[in-house]
Design a protein around this ligand. Structure first.
Ligand code: KG4
Ligand code: ZN
Length: 316
């Protein structure tokens, strides 16, 4: 078994995964959303302090597995340096005291392999990664061969939901609540600009859209609940349409046979629906999605990548 640790942002999580059949025998995550909600976003130092409390608590529950472990895995990049350090420090201490190899796992690879928790990998695959920190299109052959096709030049898809929620004085994280408000709103009331609509480049940008929402809120002054619903729906429509337009452009060059959406914001049901429609139009009938519980940050996905590394590295 492999013990894996995730602490790249505001979730403290530990998993134990069987190497042979990918079975997830233990998985726990303590989220800090409530604590950061007051500030409308993640406060790195507070997050680090909360990891110091949460990780040892979870570790206490998995001590009985220590004798069955073959390796310790941990997210080492990308993420908030002060929070990554908490997981890495714990992983190093475990690796030394138990005499086990340490496997460093890239967080984004973790999101990709969230598709394959307790499953065999289905690869190659074109992946849309949408999280709080990233918006990318990737061509994935395996965990060692990942080509970056497009990324955002400023803010990310998930972060723009967080910021819009903050502007509307809604809770953090903004994604789920903006999605919920959108259901009651008129998506055609506000004509927010679709980012980079005229640009032939395949890249993303969310700063302009965020600013357009900010200006509209200022213009409206005091907001009714219906105004908030309509802003969320109109914003979500533009944010998703931006992704759809860029994917359409990319598919003209390279139509996918298997497509996947990963990352915390891949839980967005409107995005899933629009991508599903787009894939049908290009005759791609294989859409891979992670279980909703594994879309946001978790240690199970880190453990799943670690198995691939463990199996192929002869030195471990
Ligand atoms: O992958 P993740 O847990 O953390 C990072 O690696 O960044 O993603 C968290 C992000 C947050 O910005 C959150 O607002 C967004 O994912 N998110 C959503 C939804 N659920 C979570 N964004 C849009 N719609 C959702 N339903
Ligand atoms: Zn993440």
């Amino acid at each position: 078994m492999i013990l894996s640790i995730e602490s790249s942002c505001d979730d403290s999580s530990i998993a134990i995964t069987k190497i042979d059949n990918f079975e997830l025998v233990y998985h726990k995550k303590i989220s800090q959303e409530l604590e950061h909600s007051v500030y409308g976003g993640v406060v790195p130092e507070l997050a680090a302090r909360l990891h110091i409390e949460a990780l040892p608590k979870i570790l206490e529950e998995v001590k009985s597995y220590f004798k069955s472990l073959k390796a310790i895995a941990v997210t080492n990049e990308p993420g908030l340096s002060v929070t990554l350090m908490e997981g890495v420090t714990m992983a190093k201490a475990l690796s030394i005291s138990l005499g086990l190899p340490l496997i460093l796992v890239n967080h984004l690879k973790g999101h990709i392999y969230s598709l394959f928790i307790e499953k065999k990998a289905i690869l190659p695959c074109t992946v849309l990664l949408v999280s709080g920190g990233h918006t990318q299109i990737l061509e994935v052959q395996d965990h060692n061969n990942i080509e970056l096709i497009a990324q955002t030049s400023d803010d990310s898809f998930g972060e723009s939901f967080d910021k819009v929620a903050k502007m509307l004085q809604l809770q953090y994280p903004g994604g789920p609540i903006v999605q919920e408000y959108s259901l009651k709103g008129d998506a055609n009331r506000f004509d927010f600009p679709i980012p980079l609509r005229q640009s032939p480049k395949i890249e993303f940008s969310y700063s302009g859209l965020k600013n357009a929402v900010r200006m509209k809120i200022l213009e409206l002054g005091e907001l009714s609940l219906q105004d908030k619903y309509d802003i969320c729906a109109s914003f979500q429509k533009a944010a998703v349409e931006h992704i759809i337009m860029k994917l359409k452009k990319y598919f003209k060059k390279s139509a996918p046979s298997t497509f996947a959406i990963v990352g915390g914001a891949s839980a967005n049901l409107y995005l899933r629906k629009q991508i599903d429609i787009l894939l049908q139009s290009v005759k791609c009938n294989q859409l891979l999605l992670a279980d909703l519980k594994y879309c946001s940050d978790n240690a199970a996905m880190i453990g799943r990548v670690a198995i691939e590394i463990y199996k192929e590295d002869k030195n471990i």
